[in-house]
Structures are given as C-alpha cells and as structure tokens.
Design a protein around this ligand. Structure first.
Ligand code: LLP
Length: 427
C-alpha cells in the first residue's frame, strides 16, 4: 500500500514506522493495518458511486469497532451477516438504519435483535425467512424494510467455495422457475414487510465484469416483471460485493470508479430499455476495501532445505491466522522486511507451526538464500478474511490487529492470551 516503503538498510516501514520496531513493540505474528489506506479505499468507493448509490462495507472481511468508526466517518454503510457482527456495529455507534443484515439462516434471536434495533434492511434468503421476519416484525409492532436475495444463475470464475450465484448452492432464491417472482408476491402480501429491492451477490475475488453484467440484466428483468404484475417499481438494486484484489503481481484489479461506471451504465441502460426509472444501486465490497490495507508480520523460526525440492521456512503463525491458502489454494507473496540481503533467491514454501502438513501460508515463493531464524518476513494483502477467519487450532492465540497511521501505531484488536483461551473452558 502507499505508505509502505523501505529504508536504505532494507527495513520496511509502514506509515513511517519500521517493522523491526513494530515487531519489538507488538510481537509477532501480527497484522498491521494501514488506516490511511483503508480510509482512502473506503472513500474511493463512496465517491465513485456518488450520491445515487450506497456502499455497504462487508464486515465479514474484517470487522472491529475501530473499523466501524472509520466507515461511519467516511460515509459508508455496513453489511453484517451475524448477531456478532451486528453487536459489534451497534456497539461502535453505527446508526442502525445504515446496517444491512444478511445470512441464509439468521436465528429468530438475531432477527429480533435486528428488527428491534431498526436495521435499514434485512436481506431475505428463503421462503421460510419471509414469514419468519414478518412474524417477528409484526410481534414488535414494526414494519421492516427488506430486500430479496436472488440467485441469477451466473457462474462466477472463482473458487467453488466462494462462488454464490450458480444454481447448486445454498444462498438466495432462484430467478429460475418463477421462484423469485413468487417470493416477491409473498413478501408484498405481508404488511409487516416493506419490500424495497432485489439483491444479488455472485461470488468473491472476481475480476471479470461480465458476471455482474448478466446479474444486473436479470435483476432488472425481475424488476420489470414485478412492475408488470403488481404495478410497483421497487426502488433499490444491490449487486453485492466480490471485486478481486491483487494477491500476487498476476492479478490486475479494477478501480472503484471503473466498476461504478460499468455497473451504473448497465443498470441505467437495462432500465431504460424496460421503461423503468433507474433504481438506487448499492454494492457490498469487503475484500476490495480492507484486503490490500494489511500485511501479516511473522518471525522466521526454522529454515529447512529439502535437497532438490525447496526450502521450508517455518514462521510463528500459520493456518490459524491465514486459512485461505489451505482452504482455497489462495496465492500470496512474501518478502524479507527486516534487512537487505545480497544473497541469491531460493525457492521456499512458507509454513506455519500447526500439526498438519497442509499448514501452508505461501505455497511457492522466493526469498534470499541467507534467510535465517530471527528474520522478519511479511505477507501482504492479508486484510480480508484472515483475522476474521482466524482460529484457535492447536490452541494458537489469535494475533492482534495494529492500526498504523501518521507515524503512530495502536492496537485495535489485541492479541489473545492463554487466559482468554482458558476463560471458556469450564470444569
Ligand atoms: N455481500 C455478500 C452478500 C457476501 O456474501 C459477501 C461475501 C460480500 C458481500 C463481500 O464479498 P467481497 O467483496 O469481500 O468479495 N472467505 C472467502 C470469501 C467469502 C466471501 C463471502 N461473502 C475468502 O477468504 O476468499
């Protein structure tokens, strides 16, 4: 990110601070998040869409109270997908009407909490949920704003586990076979629900805009069908998140303004063709905002050359702080950041300290051949889905998140302690 640079003796600095000093103060492994970069990306998304659209940051990528405050200050809204994320958002002061609540199986308790708090929208994901949310809203004497999540039948070109709009998966209500039209019918019939729009999310880490284009076209076709059948024009369309970021130099992500322009043009064009007034667009980027803003700092513990194969570099974290390599075959890069080296490159695999051989952080990379225990290495682009998917496997203590800005660093999520672990152990 833009505030990362290197001193003459090869020590990387972030926000004006040397990583060697950061490691000294906060320990390793740790995530260092560049607050200015985060705010700039959030702002870029908001300004790209202007006043005719809303940006909902997807909290699942990474959420903490500090992050909620930054989003609030930068004028973004927030997408939450659990009672825990909702509690975090509310406790940090995000106004409830700027929160959208997602999920394919929200509990009655979660729905009640959300309706009571007055969340701006609940995204309905199934026929059962339409009735469930209506009952809860009615029992609380409220009318809840809702959107219906539809699956548009698009194959997004990404890992199977993070593609979400093809037919054989658990999310949303299919556009096919008139299912979504039926969901609209049932929702409109319930007084406790105010249907404001249609939602589509096609997947994650996507570079090709074609999938969004098809999704937008199909959602607009549904809006036109709803107008024809019910005489109402639903005022909102949400196209979800999913925009890819650069994990390695092979990835070539789009800028928010290009994405905003493309999406607005498609929606406007399709609506004109269907003689609909253009709905208010919203999007839900998570990874694209927070992903590039953080890196994980590790200390090298052992260096084990396997003749003719590669060298295994073990660090003090692993799959408990970054599960993405093991789970999705994700690719990352790595760099020596505590010094310079004139040594030639050696092929390495960066692995963690967990009890299984799939515990890989970076599958294939090059590091200087004189790499040694005590060196600090950094894995960039770990802001999204790393801390938020971190686990206590092997009773690992989850690393802290340290926000760096203008030469100052502060912990926004502290490191877990053994006491934290034992607190839940009853007996
Ligand atoms: N909106 C909805 C309804 C979503 O389900 C998601 C992500 C997003 C927005 C944000 O997507 P993003 O802009 O961050 O791609 N754990 C996986 C990613 C799972 C994404 C789940 N839904 C990973 O580490 O790649």
């Amino acid at each position: 990110s833009h505030t990362v640079s290197r001193t003459e003796d090869g020590v990387v600095t972030v926000g004006g601070l040397e990583v060697t000093a950061l490691a000294e103060e906060f320990g390793t492994p740790a995530y260092f998040l560049d607050e200015s970069d985060f705010r700039e990306r959030a702002r870029a998304w908001r300004t790209a869409f202007g006043h005719d659209a809303d940006v909902f940051y997807a909290g699942k990528a990474f959420l903490s109270r500090a992050v909620v405050r930054w989003l609030y200050e930068e004028g973004l809204n927030l997408d939450v997908c659990s009672g825990g994320e909702l509690a975090t958002a509310l406790s940090a002061g995000m106004p409830a009407d700027r929160i959208a609540f997602h999920g394919n199986n929200k509990s009655v308790h979660e729905i009640r909490t959300a309706v009571e708090a007055g969340v701006g929208r609940i995204v309905l994901d199934s026929f059962q949920e339409i009735v469930r949310v209506a009952h809860i809203a009615q029992s609380l004497g409220k009318r809840q704003r809702v959107q219906i999540r539809v699956t548009v039948g698009v194959e997004a070109h990404t890992h199977e586990f993070i593609a979400t709009a093809h037919e054989d998966q658990k999310f949303g209500i299919a556009l096919a076979d008139g299912q979504a039209a039926e969901a609209v019918r049932r929702t409109l019939a319930l007084d406790a629900l105010e249907l404001v729009g249609i939602h589509s999310h096609i997947g994650s880490q996507i570079f090709d805009m074609a999938g969004f284009e098809v999704a937008a076209r199909r959602v607009v076709a549904l809006l036109a069908a709803v107008r024809d059948e019910h005489g109402v024009e639903l005022p909102e369309i949400d196209l979800g998140g999913g925009l890819g970021i650069a994990y390695t130099s092979d990835d070539d992500p789009r800028e928010p303004h290009e994405i905003a322009k493309a999406l607005s043009e498609i929606v406007t064009r399709e609506c004109e063709a269907a003689r609909l007034s253009t709905p208010r667009i919203s999007v839900e980027p998570g990874r694209a905002i927070v992903g590039p803003t953080a890196f994980t700092l590790y200390e090298v513990g052992t260096v084990k050359p396997l003749d003719g194969l590669r060298t295994y570099v073990s660090v003090d974290g692993g799959m408990s702080d970054n599960i993405r390599t093991a789970l999705y075959d994700a690719e990352y890069s790595v760099a020596l950041v505590s010094r310079t080296s004139d040594a030639g490159p050696m092929l390495v695999r960066v692995v963690g300290k967990h009890c299984e051989s799939g515990d890989i952080v970076v599958k294939d990379a090059f590091l200087p051949a004189d790499l040694a225990p005590g060196d600090l290495i950094a894995v960039p682009a770990t802001g999204a889905y790393c801390r938020s998917m971190a686990s206590n496997y092997n009773h690992a203590l989850r690393p802290p998140v340290v926000a760096v800005k203008d030469g100052a660093a502060r912990v926004i999520v502290r490191r877990e302690t053994e006491e934290d672990l034992l607190r839940l152990d009853v007996g």
